[in-house]
Design a protein around this ligand. Structure first.
Ligand code: URA
Length: 238
């Protein structure tokens, strides 16, 4: 059991002072009963808290799956440009949200948005081998030799080393669709890998992070919260 003002303040959405005021104004209810004291203790796993009638997630951290459309920047702030954080709907929004790993502005698909820095670090660190799966539409056919090259890793002319990628052809056409899995996230990594193999990426989509697939029912621009089971899947199923 923990004080309600402490739990809510830890989420970063409201300060302790703002929470006191909301309580004074009768805006907060615990299990359907309006509270008048912001020091009331609650059980964050069992109790239901509402703000102006809307349920509030009490968890310490939040993990959100977004199906990113083209034209949106993977950053928390970007001047006048729309960012992935602008697509998080109000009930899931908190201060301190950021994308755990970036997709290029023209890349679509799975972006994980969270306020948990340790988690983000863990899933992005190449040493933890959490593979990110992409579908790349290519300008030209790709041969065995090029696939081998990507699978062995590539050293670019400027000395940058791009680690080995698991690569397979998903659709064998004149502009093939290739599934490529990488566990590091260097700038334009997938595009640079295919360029080094003499090809060009026409469009790029992130399909999965670790063992967690992007939810096929999410339309471009839509988000949903990731469950605890799915988080385990992401980190443990490689
Ligand atoms: N590699 C790229 O080139 N772009 C992305 O958006 C992600 C991986």
């Amino acid at each position: 059991m923990e004080r309600i003002d402490k739990i809510l303040a830890a989420q970063g959405r409201y300060s302790r002072r703002e929470i006191k005021k909301l309580v004074r104004d009768g805006q907060i209810a615990v299990n359907g009963v309006v509270i008048t004291d912001s020091s009331v203790k609650i059980d964050e796993f069992k109790d239901t808290v509402t703000l102006s009638g809307e349920p509030i997630a009490l968890k310490k951290h939040i993990y959100i799956m977004l199906n990113k459309p083209q034209g949106i920047v993977s950053a928390s702030e970007s001047g006048s440009e729309r960012t992935v954080i602008d697509l998080v709907p109000e009930p899931l929004y908190r201060k301190g949200l950021f994308p755990a790993g970036r997709l290029d502005k023209d890349t679509t698909g799975f972006v994980l948005i969270t306020d948990d820095g340790d988690f983000a670090h863990r899933i992005l660190s190449p040493k933890n081998h959490i593979y990110k799966t992409y579908l790349a539409r290519l300008e030209h056919r790709i041969g065995e030799a090029e696939i081998k090259m990507l699978e062995n890793g590539i050293t670019l002319a400027d000395g940058t080393v791009l680690k080995e990628a698991k690569t397979e052809i998903a659709e064998d056409t004149d502009t093939p669709l290739v599934r490529i899995m990488i566990c590091e996230g260097k700038y334009h990594q997938v595009k640079r890998m295919f360029a080094a193999a003499g090809n060009r990426v026409i469009s790029l989509h992130r399909q999965a992070m670790g063992g967690l697939m992007l939810d096929a029912s999410l339309m471009l621009g839509e988000c949903r919260e990731i469950t605890a089971d799915e988080l385990r899947q992401l980190e443990n199923e490689k």
